[in-house]
Design a protein around this ligand. Structure first.
Ligand SMILES: Cc1cc2nc3c(=O)[nH]c(=O)nc-3n(C[C@H](O)[C@H](O)[C@H](O)COP(=O)(O)O)c2cc1C
Length: 367
């Protein structure tokens, strides 16, 4: 009989995970202003969830240009490092383990979120049919269509790679156990990967090798700065369309990327299912099985998972770890609830983004 179960332990690089339940990265737009700085309330929220095998932080911009929604935390200033240190200390004191997700939104942004009101940057000057979230000078805030971005110049790309490396150094300084490169969900690295958002004619566009170049350079720079590839994970969303990305040949693109990643001995590959917001994506399960065979390391599966489906994915050998997003918003004690087969609280979408403790740290736990 298999000993691999959702609630059985798993080593992850230098970490000993007590279970296979991962808290997926969840943007909650609750950092302190000015400066997008994590604070005590965020520390409480993450520490409440410390029984997860692994926590992955909300996406955190690696540079001011990497921001696409008001009040998301950054990992580029000393104040942010100090704020995140409160978070990692609280999580570790509660017995948990936490990675930081490194983020650059690329074109999913707006001049109101950019330094000096500049246009956001992207692989190509192609506007996404998508929304971001802005705060006006008078303090009012609202959704806004993403702006027309400007194409990054070739000579700017080393600076983008360096921002991820610096974000990594800052995350380690803040006490994180590792970092996850966010290459999913239509943000900058996914914009480079996908054919509809990348129409460059230089070494970073066109062929799959070229479209994957920036992601792999970022991974290599992050690993170099970490000094231990087993403290670096990466998140991808093959076939995903969130953020208005679309790749003409996801099997080819993501097979190449995953083969390349497989040689890098990373802590994990994290795959977000494209159907997490509904819709049907024919061929995704086949693609996932194929990526699984191409990748030799630990795989995290996310998107619409239940205890039963997560257990099944592990039993089928499709995943080693299972990440839960919305269930973790509403159930800090998700591991205990799974262990006891207890009912789950339903998350309230009205309090997902922004605000304070309500809908954040006040969901009831068992007992
Ligand atoms: C409120 C909210 C915020 C999210 N923020 C992030 C994020 O910061 N980074 C990321 O990679 N995915 C993000 N996602 C996607 C989740 O990590 C997850 O993949 C998705 O919710 C599907 O999993 P679920 O069905 O268990 O919720 C977010 C999802 C939600 C609902």
């Amino acid at each position: 009989m298999s000993t691999e179960h959702l609630l059985s332990p798993l080593p992850l690089g230098p970490l000993a995970l007590p279970n296979r339940v991962v808290m997926a990265p969840l943007a909650r737009q609750r950092s302190q202003q000015p400066g997008n700085v994590p604070y005590a309330l965020n520390a409480t929220y993450y520490a409440q969830r410390a029984s997860a095998g692994l926590l992955i932080s909300e996406a955190s911009q690696v540079c001011p240009e990497g921001q696409g929604y008001a009040w998301t935390p950054g990992i580029h200033s000393d104040a942010q490092v100090a704020g995140w240190t409160q978070v990692t200390e609280a999580v570790h004191a509660a017995g948990g383990r936490i990675y930081l997700q490194l983020w650059h939104v690329g074109r999913i942004s707006h001049p109101l979120l950019q330094p000096d009101g500049a246009d956001p940057v992207a692989p190509s000057a192609i506007q996404a049919n998508a929304e971001c979230y802005v705060q006006e000078a008078d303090g009012s805030h609202h959704k806004a269509p993403t702006a027309l971005p400007r194409a990054l110049e070739l000579k700017e790309l080393p600076g983008v790679v360096a921002a991820y490396a610096d974000g990594t150094a800052n995350a380690l300084r803040a006490g994180f156990d590792g970092v996850e490169v966010h290459a999913a969900n239509g943000y900058l690295l996914d914009q480079f990967l996908c054919s509809n958002s990348n129409q460059r004619t230089d070494a970073y566009g066109g062929s799959v090798e070229n479209r994957a170049r920036l992601v792999l350079e970022v991974v290599d720079a992050v690993v170099a700065r970490t000094g231990d590839s087993q403290r670096v994970g990466i998140r991808i969303s093959p076939m995903g369309t969130f953020g208005d990305v679309h790749d003409a040949n996801p099997l080819e693109t993501f097979s190449y990327l995953v083969e390349q990643l497989s040689t890098r001995n990373l802590a994990y590959l994290h795959v977000n299912r494209p159907d997490w917001l509904g819709g049907s994506f024919e061929g995704f399960d086949e693609l996932l099985r194929s990526l699984r065979t191409l990748y030799s390391g630990t795989l995290i599966l996310a998107g619409g998972q239940t205890a039963a489906s997560g257990e099944q994915a592990i039993a089928d050998g499709l995943a080693d770890l299972v990440a839960y997003g919305r269930p973790y918003i509403a159930n800090a004690d998700l591991v205990e609830r799974f262990a006891q087969n207890a009912a789950l609280n339903e998350p309230n979408a009205a309090t997902f983004y922004g605000g304070g403790a309500e809908g954040y740290t006040d969901y009831p736990t068992l007992g």
